[in-house]
Structure formats: C-alpha cells, structure tokens
Design a protein around this ligand. Structure first.
Ligand code: UDP
Length: 459
C-alpha cells in the first residue's frame, strides 16, 4: 500500500499528452485510455482537432487544447475516408507541432513524459523526434487485423492485392484462415493513398516507443505472438478499455437516445436483435430496405440504429414504406444513435447485427452477445472472419444483403441449436475478458508494465 502510494506520488507532476484521431471509433478508446492513465496518477492533456471535437466539459480532470485542422467544410464531410486521413496527416503537422512546442516550453506546466498518439496519425513520429519527445501509439483496431496491414507489402508482391474479383475465394496461405475477400479494402478515389496510409500506420508504429492495444491476450494470442516477433518494441494489450470504468458515454459525438433502454426493459430476456453499423459505414437505399424487411420478417423484436447519413442520398428514414413501424405493433424501435455499451449489457439483448468495427466487436464480446457480421470496409472484414471462423461467436451474413438471407441468419442464431453453441462460446470469451481485467490478469499486468514503462521514459 505504502509503496503504491509513493509511486503515485512520484507520478504526480507527470503529464501525458494524448492525440486522438477525430473519428468516433478512435475518440472513444483514446478518452477511455486517458481515464485509465489518470487513475494511475498521470496528468492528462488532450490535443484535438476542431473537427469532431470531444466535449471538454465532460472531462473536468483533463486539459484540452484545440488545434485548427485546416479542413474545409466539403473536406470534413466528404465520404472518402482515405482522402480524409491523408488530409489530416498533412494539414495537422504545423498546428500540432506548434501546440506541442508551446506545451513543452510552458514552465508552469508539469513535465511531459510522452506523447500518446493514435497510430493512424503517423505524421506525429517526425514531430516527436524533432522535439525529442518519446512517442507511444494507441492502435484502436485489433491485433489480428494489424498483422494483416503489416503484411501488405508481401500481399502486394504475391499478387493478392489489389484484390481481383476472380480471386475472392482464394485462400491467403500466409494468413490463415483469411481468403482474398477478407482482406481490408476501402472505397476510395485514390487507392494508392490507402497503401500509403497503411504503410505510415505500420512503419511509424514500428518506430514508436511502444504500442497500446484495446484488446486482450487470451483473445488475440496468436496475432500477438506474430506481432512480438515482427515488432521489437514493447506491446501492451491492456483491453478492454471500456470495462475499466462505467463512464462510457461521455465521448459520444452524437446524442445517445435513452429511449432504447426503456424500450428494452419491456422485452423478453435474450430476445432482441440490436442492429447498428457504426459511425461511418453507409448503405444504398436497396440494401437499407432489404435490412428493414429482413428484420420485420424475422419475427424477433429489434432495436435499430439508423444514423442520419446511413442511407446514401437520404436524410433519415424517408426510404421506409409509410406505416412500416406501425404494422409491427411495437416489435421494432428505430433510433438515430444508441447508448451502445448499455444496450449490449441489457438482459433483453439476444444478438448484435454489426459491421464489426473493432470497438463494436469488442463491446459485444465483453457482454457475451453473439453477432451477425456484415463488414463494410477496412479492418472490419478481418474482424468479421475472426468472429465467425476463429472465435466462432457469430455468423457471417452470406450472399449479400438480401431479406431471405437475413431472416435465415437471424433464425440460425436466435432459434436453432447452432445459435446455442455460439452463445455458449461467447459466454466463455466474456469470462476470459473479465479474468484478464482482474487483479493478476494479463490486461492488468500489461497496464502495470505500461505505467512502469512510461515512468522510465525521459524527454
Ligand atoms: N456507438 C454508439 N452508439 C451507436 C453506435 C455506435 O455509442 O448507436 C459507439 C460504439 O459503442 C463504439 C463506436 O461508437 O464505441 C463505434 O466504433 P466502431 O469501432 O465499432 O465502429 P466505427 O464507427 O469506427 O466504424
């Protein structure tokens, strides 16, 4: 006890500067990490872009500095993710480094131990090097998909990438159990820029003083073994971040509709399908309608997040036939944004129909909710393959977004024996995640070594 007290005392006056990528799936884990490290005695400064700024008033214990990101309105709202990431990595260089120089030279502030940057902000490596500030990165995706990103040069050499339609079913021998169709792709006008971003992510992670993962040892053991062989830097799988504390909703960019919870309160245990495809994925109108009819025809109650902008070319629910919800007699509830972690923890939840963003995947595992997988882009396809074929805690929606296939998959998961086995397996994974987080568990130990590692870094 006394020793721990003294260690905390030594860390007082030690400041960490955190720099989240301004996307929902990156802001959430970075601010959760900030909370975890604050509870270990560090002072926290967050540098963030004006674009998608978190709300400082939700975090009275942290200091916030906003930097101009230089994005025009069209750039900020463009649907080309690759373009956005490329622009952010170019336009933030000067404002970020100016801000950091100011912080470092402010004598009234605590000493800065290190920068913790989102790994996709790869430009921060050069800035930190110039300022002689140690840099640790947070990778907000899974380890298994990172191993795939790290293999991109090899996958290109061997002709797996760029993906050719005639090869989709071909096995990627070097990365079992992936097939070519599971490799990360992103819809973009500039495919070469996608490869540049992946190279930046991988190379500048390798050049960091350590990498923090929102994942846990027992879940991604074999990917962690590969990673440790290829990346001779300290690796800290301290996840799942959101389970360290219960304050989960403070970093939400959209208002979370609490009517979801009161609606769930009136549903039978394990009966509800929760459908949500995250903050970025978009659908065309035909897909949207197939989903609506698939849910309606499944006869199960459903809670569906239709984010404004989810359907390309529509504001919100206009493509739905009029009276669609009314005919379901309360069996369906549609909202714009959910308090997702509370929804997943609700006893009425039976399944999560997800796009397999890493946060959603991990949140589902931690609550023991089996998944229906409909990956859209990037690492989601790899996550989905691991969910359905490695951990076997979900089913992939096969043969496109078609109402019959949806109905069938929901039935397989919610009604048939196959679903029961899947449910048992995800309960086991949930247990393992809990054990990792307990005293002496691998996530806790990893967090302790992270804290020791940071305390030894000298700027
Ligand atoms: N989320 C939420 N409400 C919703 C849908 C999502 O709070 O209605 C949160 C979810 O809990 C997760 C994040 O938004 O933490 C989405 O991250 P993920 O990596 O799953 O997907 P992305 O949005 O990056 O595609």
């Amino acid at each position: 006890e006394k020793q721990i007290g003294t260690q905390m005392e030594q860390r007082k006056g030690r400041r960490l500067v955190l720099f989240p990528l301004p996307l929902q799936g990156h802001i959430n884990p970075m601010l959760q990490l900030a909370g975890i490290l604050h509870s270990k005695g560090f002072s926290i400064t967050i540098i963030h872009t004006n674009f998608n700024s978190p709300n400082p008033s939700h975090y009275p214990n942290f200091t916030f500095h906003s930097i101009p990101d230089g994005l025009s309105e069209t750039e900020a709202s463009a649907s080309d993710l690759v373009l956005l990431l490329k622009l952010l990595n170019a336009k933030c260089v000067d404002p970020f480094s100016d801000c950091l120089v100011k912080l470092l030279s402010d004598a009234s502030e605590d000493l800065i131990s290190c920068l913790i940057s989102d790994a996709i902000f790869y430009f921060t490596r050069a800035v930190a090097d110039t300022l002689k500030l140690p840099r640790i990165v947070l990778r907000t995706g899974g380890v298994s998909s990172f191993v795939v990103f790290a293999a991109f040069p090899l996958l290109r050499d061997r002709g797996y990438l760029p993906i050719q339609d005639s090869q989709l079913e071909k096995r990627v021998e070097e990365l079992p159990p992936l097939k070519v169709k599971d490799l990360p792709v992103v819809n973009t006008d500039d495919p070469e820029a996608f490869y540049e971003i992946v190279a930046g992510l991988v190379n500048e992670t390798k050049a960091s003083s350590g990498v923090i993962w929102n994942s846990y040892e027992d879940l991604e053991q074999s990917a962690l073994v590969t990673l440790r062989q290829e990346f001779p830097i300290p690796i800290f799988p301290i996840g799942s971040f959101h389970k360290y504390s219960s304050a989960s909703s403070s970093s939400s960019l959209l208002t979370q509709d609490q009517s979801s919870i009161s609606w769930l309160d009136n549903q039978a245990p394990k009966s509800v399908i929760y459908a949500s495809f995250g903050s970025i994925a978009a659908l065309n109108e035909a897909e949207f309608l197939e989903i609506a009819w698939g849910l309606a025809n499944s006869k199960q109650p459903f809670l569906w997040v239709v984010r404004p902008g989810l359907v390309r070319g529509s504001e919100w629910l206009e493509p739905l036939p009029s009276g669609f919800l009314e005919t379901l007699n309360g069996r369906g509830h549609i909202i714009k944004w959910a308090p997702q972690q509370d929804v997943l923890a609700h006893p009425a939840l039976g399944a999560f129909w997800t796009h397999n963003g890493w946060n959603s995947t991990l949140e589902s595992i931690c609550e023991g909710v089996p998944m229906i997988c409909m990956p859209c882009f990037g690492d989601q396809k790899v996550n989905s393959k691991y969910v359905s074929h490695v951990w076997k805690v979900g089913l992939q929606l096969e043969s496109g977004v078609k109402r019959e296939a949806i109905e069938k998959t929901i039935r397989r998961l919610m009604v048939e024996k196959e679903g029961e086995e899947i449910r048992d397996r995800i309960s086991e994974l949930k247990e393992k995640a809990n054990l990792c987080l307990q005293q002496g568990g691998t996530s806790r130990e990893s967090l302790d070594s992270l804290v020791t590692h940071i305390s030894k870094l000298e700027s």
